[in-house]
Design a protein around this ligand. Structure first.
Ligand SMILES: C[S@@+](CC[C@H](N)C(=O)[O-])C[C@H]1O[C@@H](n2cnc3c(N)ncnc32)[C@H](O)[C@@H]1O
Length: 244
């Protein structure tokens, strides 16, 4: 169901024949994309936290979870992590025992094996729960989330993970100070987030722009995107809804 692909930075990803999309941006590279678009922007904001509850949408090959652990160890961040990550594809998770990950993950091989075998891992400072099932149902039961890595396939093929109704459940699962990271910069997606209650910011960590979203206005090093102004300038743009 998935083809094996080597990306620009030498790390490996997959091409999904079910969704007709790569799991990562091949030109950026799998681990580089994970670090620059999700992990570093989120942990820069949250680096002084004692514990972080992270919702990783969706687990896939696990780069966002594994890169977070790698980055936190490398930078001596003294944070306890809890990861919650839904994923439809149980066979994919099992196959991670033989997936060829980048050398950056060499120190966490045991964790990867444990995830592949049991879909969970726990030690004193780290807990990972991979939930085999539909993200839409799973997120309804979460609370106090500090970081959301919104890294589904694009809305053309994975619409259920980009709608206003979906983002409302994400909003409710998040604590007041939560940050959501996503590669998407499209106006319909930003409108979906905005209609669900989020404020929108833009950063450009590498070549491409990307989106951060928060429950409140923030004093941060990012460009605030005024969605009311966007709506007046782009009258055609619409948020995505489940049944439209
Ligand atoms: C773009 S990939 C995730 C990439 C991931 N961050 C990684 O590092 O591999 C999207 C994943 O979402 C899963 N998925 C798509 N829709 C889902 C849903 N509604 N519930 C659970 N998993 C879903 C797919 O099976 C796929 O593995």
């Amino acid at each position: 169901m998935n083809d094996f692909i080597i990306t620009q930075d030498g790390s490996n990803t997959l091409y999904s024949k079910k969704y007709n999309q790569h799991f990562h941006d091949v030109d950026t590279g799998a681990i580089k994309e994970s670090l620059t678009k999700h992990v570093i922007p989120a942990l820069e904001i949250k680096k002084d936290s004692k514990t972080l509850r992270i919702l990783d949408i969706c687990f896939g090959i696990g780069y966002n979870t594994f890169s977070t652990i790698y980055y936190a160890k490398k930078n001596n961040l003294n944070i306890k992590f809890e990861f919650y990550s839904p994923e439809f594809d149980e066979e994919l998770i099992k196959s991670l025992s033989t997936f060829s990950f980048p050398k950056e993950f060499d120190d966490i091989k045991e964790i990867i094996q444990e995830i592949a075998l049991n879909q969970k891992y726990k030690d004193d400072n780290l807990e990972i729960i991979v939930h085999i099932g539909d993200a839409r149902e799973y997120i309804k039961n979460l609370n106090n989330i500090d970081i959301v890595y919104q890294d589904a396939f694009s809305a053309e093929v994975n619409k259920e993970l980009w709608t206003v109704e979906y983002f409302k459940d994400i909003y409710n699962a998040c604590n007041q100070d939560a940050v959501l990271t996503t590669y998407s910069v499209s106006t319909p997606i930003r409108l979906s987030l905005y209609e669900a209650g989020f404020f929108i910011y833009e950063i450009k960590p590498v070549k491409k722009k990307q989106t951060l979203a928060f429950k409140h206005l923030k004093e941060i090093d990012a460009k605030y995107i005024d969605m009311e102004l966007k709506k007046t300038r782009n009258k055609e743009a619409r948020a995505l809804y489940d049944n439209k």
